[in-house]
Ligand binder design. Structure first.
Ligand code: ADP
Ligand code: MG
Length: 487
């Protein structure tokens, strides 16, 4: 088990207009935890809600400034998470920030240059490269891509290509099993055996994501997209399978409702986003407070889907994307504040191992065959499942002569064959249950002496034993009565 708080990183987007200085500074002293200081210009500081502070300091694991390359982001943030996913742990990376701050650029990447590839394609590349290198295990990879918009889930990997709006895509719903595990109904998992296949799926999903977005309905800024890599691995010959999931999450824009409040339809959407991010915040707050037993995951689809990533069995990383231009400072401050709370959440990641029953059966069958072969070698006999008719008859004859034998030392010798021993017991039981047998003295005597016999291969069941003892007692009484009478 790995206990770890959610890792938080900050990434500052290059400004649209260059040379805006003095708004923030990054303190990255090797010995100290890096911190980002946001400095409010005087004119803003005066009017800023509730306070007159001029600067705000926030600590992050690392802060990536405007010039940080996609490669650097991948190496420092995503690669360690992908590494633990390859080991069998769940991982999540989510980008949080206002619209335009670089979430999609960070998670998916820019389309213009190859070097603009974001975390998803680079992670796929890395994972497939590692899988190829590691021949000690057998891996299976599946991809799913979910978009959540207005509390509805949509499967972005619908191959029909006919979607002209999100509503055309298959609707995904949440099912919860009795163990409170979340299942996503209608979300397809597509197997990808190569990096190329996986990239094609990403492309298909992004195409569906774009088609569904029209200028009138800018779903992408208001929806959450969760790209998931499902990885299973097992060692050859083993029945233990490891499952790990890596969620790469592009959250909706975190801006507040006042900024998007345009009225009518758009306002409804904005309210929804705020609602869903508001629920995320509530979950984060509940998790960061000690002794809270109820965490309100169920309030929204996104928090339900990401339940394990937040306060659960997952190694989770958050990237706070910041657009540190003057007009965005208040949003940037709230993004950083959110990140500080997230950093308090502790997760406990465990290896997700399970026994595959089909593989277990196969292994046991093989073991049985090997044992049978071994037995055949020792006994010189080929052993089948059941005794033959002739063998059964032979046994029953043995039982009869054993029962008829008056010698108290006599034995029922069937050899070290459990099938025969079991059959003898069954047959004796049958005889005992047969009412006629009660008239026969020898039966009870010999059977009970047999039950005490050390050579007996299987102890009698308590009930059988008690029954036999009663019969024996009764017979003893009769014998002594007869003896008395005979005198
Ligand atoms: P969001 O998804 O948060 O709304 P985007 O990722 O779409 O924001 O970014 C908005 C714009 O800024 C896009 O055109 C994107 O290419 C650009 N951009 C974002 N981050 C960077 C960066 N680090 N370097 C260069 N361009 C960026
Ligand atoms: Mg985006």
């Amino acid at each position: 088990m790995v206990k770890q708080t959610i890792q938080i990183f900050a990434r500052v987007k290059p400004p649209v207009r260059k040379h805006q200085q003095g708004i923030y500074s990054i303190d990255e002293d090797e010995k100290l935890i890096p911190s980002l200081e946001i400095i409010l210009p005087r004119d803003l500081a005066d009017g800023f809600v509730n306070n007159k502070r001029e600067s705000y300091k926030f600590k992050f694991q690392r802060i990536f400034d405007q010039d940080a390359k996609q490669e650097t982001i991948f190496e420092n943030i995503a690669k360690p998470v992908a590494g633990s996913v390859l080991e069998g742990y769940n991982g999540t990376i989510f980008a949080y920030g206002q619209t335009g701050s670089g979430k999609t650029f960070t998670i998916t990447g820019g389309a213009e240059r190859y070097s603009d590839r974001g975390i998803i394609p680079r992670t796929l590349s890395y994972i497939f490269e590692q899988l190829q290198k590691d021949s000690s295990k057998m891996y299976t990879t599946h991809i799913s891509y979910l978009e959540i918009y207005n509390e509805c889930g949509y499967d972005l990997l619908d191959p029909r290509h006919e979607a002209s709006s999100l509503e055309d895509l298959p609707k995904v719903t949440i099912l919860e099993d009795p163990d409170q595990n979340i299942h996503l109904k209608n979300l397809t998992l597509h197997q990808a055996t190569t990096e190329e296949e996986a990239l094609n799926l990403l492309f298909l999903g992004d195409t569906n994501r774009m088609i569904a977005e029209t200028p009138m309905n800018q779903a992408s800024t208001r929806s959450h997209c969760i790209f998931t890599i499902h990885l299973s691995s097992k060692e050859p010959g083993s029945a233990t399978v490891r499952h790990a999931k890596l969620h790469l999450v592009d959250l909706a824009g975190s801006e507040r409702v006042a900024k998007t409040g345009v009225g009518g339809h758009l306002l409804t959407e904005a309210k929804y986003i705020n609602l869903s991010l508001h629920y995320l915040e509530q979950v984060i707050i509940a998790l960061s407070e000690k002794h809270r037993s109820h965490i309100p995951y169920r309030n929204s689809m996104m928090t339900s889907v990401l339940r394990d990533s937040l306060g659960g069995n997952c190694m989770t990383t958050m990237i706070a994307t910041l657009s540190l231009e003057k007009r965005n400072l208040d949003e940037s401050i709230s993004t950083c504040r959110f990140a500080q709370r997230v950093a308090l959440i502790k997760n406990e990641a465990v290896l997700n191992e399970e026994i595959d029953p089909r593989l277990m059966i196969k292994r046991l069958q093989k073991e049985i065959q090997e044992l049978k072969d071994e037995l055949a070698m020792v006994t010189g006999e080929q052993r089948t499942e059941a005794l033959t008719e002739a063998e059964l008859l032979q046994l029953e004859k043995l039982i009869t002569s054993f029962l008829e034998d008056q010698d108290p030392e006599s034995r029922l010798e069937v050899g070290a064959d459990m099938r025969k021993v079991h059959h003898c017991f069954h047959h004796l039981k049958k005889l005992l249950n047969d009412k006629k047998i009660f008239g026969n003295n020898t039966v009870s005597n010999t059977v009970s002496s047999e039950s005490k016999d050390q050579d007996c291969q299987e102890p009698l069941k308590e009930e059988e034993y008690r029954k036999l003892r009663d019969i024996l007692k009764q017979r003893d009484n009769e014998i002594s009565k007869n003896k008395l009478n005979g005198r």
